[in-house]
Design a protein around this ligand. Structure first.
Ligand code: PHE
Length: 385
């Protein structure tokens, strides 16, 4: 029996001292395995007399159970220590900033939309949206461009199948390529087309919002035109300010301020050139002085020589007829609107020479002209240089 107490102490010590699963297994085999110490003693029971066999048998069984219990407990300890160690090494700090994928870039169009939105956002404009597929009413009629108006031809409109004939039947003059759809009668408001400009969002906004209104609408626009300087889909920004007091001076101040902030050049030459749009009166196009020397395209500086003007936007005081067609009182409300070409101003700021490359989906181009996703443009943090 003394013998057994010693053995028990020895075996339990081996179990307690096992620092990992393999050592513990060795200790288990040494005690309880086929050739283990306890197993070996069990085998000797047969040679004992019945009284001694019973007593020794019980003692051995108790010893075996105790050692087995110690092994099981130790195993659980070791496993949870293992797990804790692994958790410690695999810990993820979710509060760390993300590491940007060096391959991922924002397209210059996305970047430009964010920059322009940041500038007008600072001036108190809200972002507005409208559908790409518009009705003839919102795209033209409500903007004071009736069916017979020659401006409709200027816009090279993509009409939805059937819509062109429908319009022509109603007296509109359409370009030759628009002949040959399916005639499907219906009211003018149901003639569908791809919006040729973001100006329909002016109407949609005035219809549902009481002045004062100050919105900026970035979005896709479509014209049936494709060459060096035109793509069938391009982007515009529409701006609209309507209240009781806004005048042409505000229009000029706002757009000059925008040009200086966007191009990050304080003395960028800006020219307001008298123009005509059916939905504004008076109207002005805005040009930026630039250099086209050496086949490049760079922004000019006042006082310096620059050899060209590049038109970047159309603008004007919203025509009273338009205000009236939106259900507002033109005697009470007035304001200005502008429409700006997104690709144009992106090309000018970032020196991108060819418009068509914007839509080539060439990852090498994107890597060169794109922007890191986490560099969010802001007026205080810097826009995008
Ligand atoms: N919608 C005009 C265009 O696409 C631009 C414009 C918008 C002009 C608002 C004046 C006012 O050419």
């Amino acid at each position: 029996m003394d013998n057994l107490d010693d053995l028990k102490a020895e075996l339990l010590e081996a179990v307690a001292g096992a620092g990992d699963a393999a050592t513990l297994e060795t200790a288990r085999v040494a005690a309880l395995g086929k050739k283990g110490r306890i197993t070996a003693m069990m085998k000797t029971l047969g040679g004992l007399d019945p009284v001694a066999r019973k007593a020794t048998g019980q003692a051995l069984n108790a010893l075996r159970d105790e050692v087995q219990g110690a092994i099981d407990a130790r195993k659980i300890d070791l496993e949870s220590a293992d797990l804790n160690a692994r958790l410690a090494t695999e810990k993820v700090d979710v509060t760390l900033p993300a590491r940007p994928d060096p391959m991922g870039r924002l397209h210059p169009i996305t970047q430009t939309i964010e920059e322009v939105s940041a500038i007008f956002g600072e001036m108190g404009f809200e972002i507005a949206e409208g559908p790409d597929i518009e009705t003839d009413w919102y795209n033209f009629t409500a903007l004071n461009i009736p069916r017979e108006h020659p401006a409709r031809q200027m816009f090279d409109t993509f009409y939805m199948a059937g819509s062109a004939d429908q319009l022509e039947g109603a007296g509109a003059q359409l370009p030759a390529h628009l002949h040959g759809g399916i005639m499907q009668g219906g009211p003018e408001r149901e003639v569908m087309l791809l919006r040729t400009h973001t100006s329909p969002v002016q109407i949609r906004t005035m219809e549902k919002q009481e002045p004062p209104i100050r919105i900026l609408c970035p979005g896709r626009t479509y014209r049936c035109d494709s060459d060096m300087t035109h793509t069938p889909m391009f982007h515009q920004f529409e701006g609209l300010v309507i209240d009781e007091a806004t005048h042409m001076g505000h229009l000029k101040g706002c757009l000059i301020e925008f040009c200086e902030a966007y191009f990050e050049v304080e003395d960028v030459p800006v020219r307001f050139r008298p123009s005509h749009f059916p939905f504004t009166e008076p109207s002005a196009e805005v040009d930026i002085g630039c250099n086209k020397r050496d086949g490049g395209l760079t922004i000019g500086h006042q006082g310096d020589e620059y050899d060209d003007w590049l038109e970047i936007l159309g603008s004007g005081m919203v025509h009273p007829r338009v205000i009236e067609m939106c259900g507002l009182d033109p005697e009470k409300y007035q304001g200005f609107a502008f429409g700006m070409g997104c690709e144009r101003i992106a090309m000018l700021k970032y020196g991108i020479p060819d418009l068509r490359t914007f839509f080539d989906a060439d990852t090498r181009w994107l890597k060169h002209y794109g922007f890191l996703p986490l560099d969010v443009p802001s007026l205080t943090g810097g826009l995008g240089q």
